[in-house]
Design a protein. Structure first.
Length: 337
């Protein structure tokens, strides 16, 4: 960093401004509030159903009635939105993922119920096929197991439209198919759903940090030893991420996502600094699980590290953060005033 003013000790003592809490607050460059957080949630069928996720201690799959209770707490704490992920039974998983766009499906019913109960809470839905496919991939596959781009986009259009018609505020394509943002935007416009926002998972990497999430939604067993490298991004690349983001914005995305989060904060920074678009990041299940293990073993202090980890996203330039710690963080922020 270059400045016009040369700073020399002792005329300049950098610790001087760190001396007292008031001056530390005055020069704080970034801040974190509940309004920066999005809570990812897992919904399952039934009533009064609560299932622990062994690889994500403290996170549960909830039936809709219990999910609405959790959503009320999130809203009361100032969290502006939740991101909804379904847990689909094996009998509903097929090669072509038809259940993904069932107007009476789990996500569609959940959206309607959540908006009826909490109309001011933002509801973000995941647009991807992996919870619904018998093979665990995010799209329709050919005989060799390769995900067919344009055939998958046709199904994603139906899925996104069914979510929007159910009342979703934001549809969030996380599949990484080429051209799906433009196609979804076109369909939403044609159906006069002009104000449904698109949060594009534009820079979603083929990461090994997703394991606990796949356990949570039940796609890990279906995927087996296969991977998603033919459509998710190479962790070695960041220039490519800028191309992906720019294309999605040009096609009609309102917001973009970088996923995973903390290992990819350099990408968050580049996207926000170079493209200056609404930029979100996902502190994914593997990040959560590592932190949780350290907390549960007494290796790290939970309260302080949760808030520090989320502040790192803000410093990198994230406008909002999807985090399984969102409720914990919102409670801490409220307690700290």
């Amino acid at each position: 960093m270059t400045t016009n003013t040369q700073r020399h000790f002792p005329a300049t003592r950098m610790r001087r401004m760190r001396r007292d809490a008031f001056s530390r607050r005055l020069m704080q460059e970034n801040s974190l509030s509940a309004a920066d957080l999005i809570l990812p949630v897992f919904v399952l069928e039934g009533e009064n159903q609560r299932q622990a996720i062994p690889s994500m201690p403290g996170v549960e799959r909830l039936s809709l009635d219990l999910l609405i209770e959790q959503a009320r707490e999130a809203y009361t704490l100032g969290i502006p939105a939740l991101a909804l992920f379904p847990v689909i039974g094996p009998e509903q998983k097929t090669e072509l993922a038809e259940e993904a766009y069932n107007s009476a499906g789990l996500v569609q019913r959940s959206v309607r119920a959540l908006k009826a109960a909490l109309p001011e809470l933002g509801i973000i839905t995941d647009v991807a096929l992996d919870p619904y496919t018998s093979h665990g991939q995010d799209g329709i596959i050919d005989e060799q197991g390769y995900v067919i781009n344009d055939r998958t986009v046709d199904t994603l259009l139906k899925q996104a439209l069914s979510h929007a018609e159910a009342g979703a505020d934001v549809v969030a394509p996380s599949d990484m198919m080429d051209g799906r943002i433009g196609s979804i935007r076109q369909v939403l416009e044609q159906e006069h759903l002009h104000n449904v926002r698109i949060m594009a998972y534009s820079a979603k990497y083929a990461s090994h940090y997703y394991g606990p999430f796949r356990d949570a939604v039940g796609s890990a067993g279906n995927l087996g030893k296969a991977d998603k490298r033919t459509y998710q991004m190479d962790p070695a690349n960041s220039d490519e991420a800028l191309h992906e983001v720019a294309m999605d914005i040009a096609e009609g995305a309102d917001m973009v996502m970088v996923k995973p989060g903390m290992p990819y904060l350099d990408v968050v920074r580049r996207v926000k600094h170079e493209l200056q678009v609404p930029t979100f990041a996902y502190q994914v299940s593997g990040e959560y699980a590592m932190h949780r293990a350290a907390f549960d073993n007494g290796w790290l202090d939970a309260d302080s590290v949760i808030l520090e980890s989320l502040m790192c996203f803000k410093r990198a330039g994230a406008d909002g953060i999807l985090s399984y710690f969102a409720l914990d963080a919102a409670r801490l922020l409220k307690a700290n005033g």
